[in-house]
Design a protein around this ligand. Structure first.
Ligand SMILES: [Zn+2]
Length: 539
């Protein structure tokens, strides 16, 4: 056999969890053609990978690259980590369906990325992504928040029967166009206004098409256990409505409240019990003790329910501000009150258009520097920027992150959009480092430095485990006949360099990445190959 590409002399960790072994890997076209001793094989390209681990290309089950992929198909910050496939469209927000009533919700993301939409349906959006030259693969779930907005706008009320039927039709259209499932973001408007019953109806449509339900739950802090129960009940209800089994993925599992630190193992046990009871449920996690979200999450749900223009007016109203302050002080139970915990010192501004000098600093530091109250500063800034301010939220404990990391069925995600340092759009701001460092951080810190898990287990959590969750066709393991998505990394040096202080840094120790049989990264340099694909459900 003549190979197009051979990785020779490496240590194969094939993604299945099997022990590492010495084996060459030969590629023909876009498929893995042979695994074993290929020392005398003919090949168009032979790479000596002695000293390196050869593994399946990593699969990110939770990203936010919906707008980014239309800006730059190089997908650099994912590729450099060894990710060959990512699932975007998470936390309830996608760029379709786009109707007059969802346009306002989607405008900030479109405008910040200079995206001029030429689609209305989810299928139209997927066609736009398909048309972009891409260095790696990308797939999508459809966002329940966008679906709701496309019918109900920002309204806080439940849908009528006709409106619910219209939402179901939007989900069906997305699934038939190739979405892998549906996502929710139940701390964000408009998803926050949807009842579990309303969500179950839409999830049932996804299940009927063989899709996945991925949820950013209603609470990850003081009521996270109840939120897990809601997610499990929603999936079970959807299975009953659909009449078929479904798959539930709990997105970025975490304990984000000081009083809950140390309860990570109990949450894992809660999910494990549902697995033992027959529900196909798993989770993913990013390997950091801080989150990344929008500063608008400091606002109570009724403010977030307003149309954007009305919300901006409300934020400048003294009586409304007094009520918000009162809820910050006393408000528990109705929403994740991050002002109460972790408090202003844990809220670090990641991106602000009007106040770039705030980026990388906490609201306590900003308040001291400006001689003003952090709450007033935050509300003024939200009004000035029409709520579009990003924060890094230091809200977790390493014990919980490590406990969740040790679980074999919990995948590793980035929860980030793909970025590129220095790019006028994708290099802006002060993002969470997870977008640059998640996979190498697991390999360098949690495997090599901390010994939380074995190399084989980590590779499986980065490849085969998420690939199976997504329902990808023959991806996520190094096996003959499977897709030639591969990564070669140095287990002795692989490491994330991205930090909270200086996040826009590629990792080290990952020289080669192959996507559908072509070298997309070679000797640490992007080759310009555009062999990435839009993966529709079942592909
Ligand atoms: Zn989320």
């Amino acid at each position: 056999m003549i190979f197009d590409l051979v990785f020779r002399g490496g240590l194969l960790v094939d993604g299945s969890g099997a022990p590492a072994r010495r084996a060459d890997v030969g590629v023909v076209g876009d498929r893995i053609a042979a695994i074993g001793d290929l020392s005398s094989a003919d090949a168009g390209t032979v790479l000596d990978v002695s000293g390196l681990v050869v593994a399946p290309g990593f699969v990110d089950p939770h990203s936010h690259t919906d707008a980014s992929v239309l800006v730059d198909g190089g997908l650099a910050s994912h590729l450099r980590q060894g990710y060959t496939t990512q699932l975007s469209g998470n936390c309830g927000e996608t760029l379709a369906p786009l109707t007059p009533s969802s346009a306002a919700l989607l405008a900030p993301l479109m405008e910040s990325h200079g995206v001029a939409p030429a689609w209305s349906t989810f299928g139209g959006y997927l066609a736009a992504v398909d048309a972009v030259s891409k260095a790696s693969n990308i797939a999508f779930v459809v966002g329940q928040g966008t679906v709701r907005a496309s019918v109900l706008g920002a309204a806080e009320r439940p849908p009528t029967a006709d409106e619910l039927a219209l939402m179901e039709a939007h989900v069906a259209e997305a699934m038939e166009a190739g979405a892998l499932g549906i996502s929710t973001g139940l701390i964000y408007p408009p998803g926050i206004h949807a009842s579990a019953q309303e969500i179950a109806r839409l999830v049932a449509v996804a299940f009927r098409h063989g899709g996945l339900y991925a949820t950013h739950m209603r609470n990850e802090a003081d009521a996270v256990a109840a939120a897990i129960d809601e997610a499990l009940a929603t999936a079970r209800a959807a299975e009953v409505i659909a009449g078929v089994p479904g798959r539930l993925q709990i997105s970025h599992l975490k304990v984000a409240v000081t009083s809950g630190f140390g309860t990570g193992p109990a949450l894992v046990a809660q999910i494990a019990r549902a697995r033992e009871a027959g529900l196909d449920v798993a989770a993913d996690q990013y390997p950091y003790t801080a989150a990344h979200t929008t500063l608008a999450t400091i606002l109570p749900p009724d403010i977030l329910a307003l149309e954007l223009d009305d919300a901006v007016v409300a934020l400048r109203d003294p009586a409304t501000r007094a009520r918000i302050r009162e809820l910050w002080r006393t408000g528990e139970g109705t929403w994740e009150n991050i002002v109460a915990d972790p408090g202003w010192g844990g809220l670090v501004i990641a991106f602000s258009r009007t106040r770039p000098q705030w980026m990388g600093r906490s609201l306590v530091e900003i308040g001291q520097a400006e001689g003003a109250d952090p709450g007033d500063l935050a509300l003024d800034a939200l009004a000035d920027e029409r709520l579009a301010i990003d924060i890094v939220l230091h809200c977790m404990d390493e014990r919980d992150v490590s406990a969740i990391m040790a679980v074999p069925w919990i995948s590793v995600c980035t929860d980030a959009e793909t970025r590129r340092p220095g790019h006028p759009i994708l290099g802006r701001g002060h993002p969470h480092p997870r977008g640059y460092g998640s996979a190498p951080r697991v390999l360098g810190r949690y495997v090599r430095e901390m010994g939380v898990l074995t190399l084989e287990a980590a590779v499986a959590k980065l490849s085969a485990v998420p690939a199976a969750r997504l329902g990808l066709d023959r991806r996520g393991e190094v096996r003959e006949g499977w897709a030639a998505d591969l990564v070669a990394f140095d287990p002795a040096t692989v490491l994330d360099l991205a930090s909270f202080e200086d996040p826009a840094q590629y990792p080290v120790g990952i020289p080669h990445v192959v996507v559908n049989g072509e070298l997309a990264l070679r000797d640490g340099e992007e080759t310009g190959a555009a062999s990435g694909r839009l993966l529709r459900r079942g592909e």
